[in-house]
Design a binder for this molecule. Sequence first.
Ligand code: ZN
Length: 390
Amino acid sequence: MDLQLVGRGRPVLVALAAASAIAVIALIISMMGVRTAQAEAARTTTTTLAPVAAEPEVFVGPAAGLALVPDGGVQLWGGRDRDPQLVLHEGVILPFLHRSGEWLLVTTMCNESAWVHAKDVEIVAQAEAGIGGPGFDLSKATIVLDPGHGDRDWGGVGPSGLSEKEVNLDIANRVRLLMESGNDIDWATGAITPGAGAPAFGNIFLTRDLDGPNSGDYELGLRYRMSVGTAAGADAFVSIHNNTVPRIDTDIPGTEVYYSTGVDGSDRLAGIIYEEMLRSFSEFAADWSGGELQGARARIDPETGDDYYGLLRRATMPAVIVEGVYISEPEEEALLATPEFRQAYAEAVYRGVVRFLTTDDSGSGINRPEIFPDDAGTVSGNGCTLPEQP
Ligand SMILES: [Zn+2]
């Protein structure tokens, strides 16, 4: 019906002229307070002209953010012509920093670009960067937690077979649970109890989540991991790990927290989390082991002068990699197997982020960046496969 005028082959100009004439008549008639069939016809005619033009692309929603894949998965589309690719598994996050109309250009967990249609996902708009410090409202905070490793990338594995990928995910989920509720924190002891002292955080995202495929055991690329932080507009990004191959025996836990040298505040975040880790771990006993340096650290690639760790090199917000304890050592692996120790680790990260965002504490144990000429043997993204919706 909308295209009747054109459909009959009448020149558009004639139609426009006729419409204008009728509109004038309609105006006069309506001014006289007389509603006639002619007036109805005029109004109908006028509104039929607009759709002659190509339908404009409807732009609704943010230009950057997170696309949350709902139950049933989401169709991924590739290339300029948007060829259908696979149906991606439900329960994962697709970060996007660009959109074309209703189409979002997302980064997949295998570091590739693909399109999804906005109507097929739940969208969380990129948050505005908050300014932390005394008085900062935690209910406006956006945090991204990154459980290290996943799927065929096991990370460190202990002598009895406990893997980093499993422990890291559980600890990250415990941090999320703490952040999701209001708590009172006794800063003298570190004790955390339900209360209103520290309100629930606004948004908490896990890059690898229990709700995802294979109960959260799936592969993620480094570019993808940090893209989640950037697209979320996170106030802080914390990657959860445990260490291997110690160099020395130590009297205290050999905790290391690596910070991004490219983003201000990352070293402070690392120093504060380090303090809280030592506080949490002081409740436990073990023959601790460590590296040549402990505390907050940064490693610089001698060839580029940039951060050695690809995750931290890509950071756009205060970002750290926490290496809790040495999973490769029997006593520390045994601790990591217990819910009590995992909870203590999670509480340390939680208290650390709360202090980072709501105080001007400087943190301690912050080492200067070191030139790091070694190759830590990073897992390449080759052969990464996306989990399909069954
Ligand atoms: Zn790791």
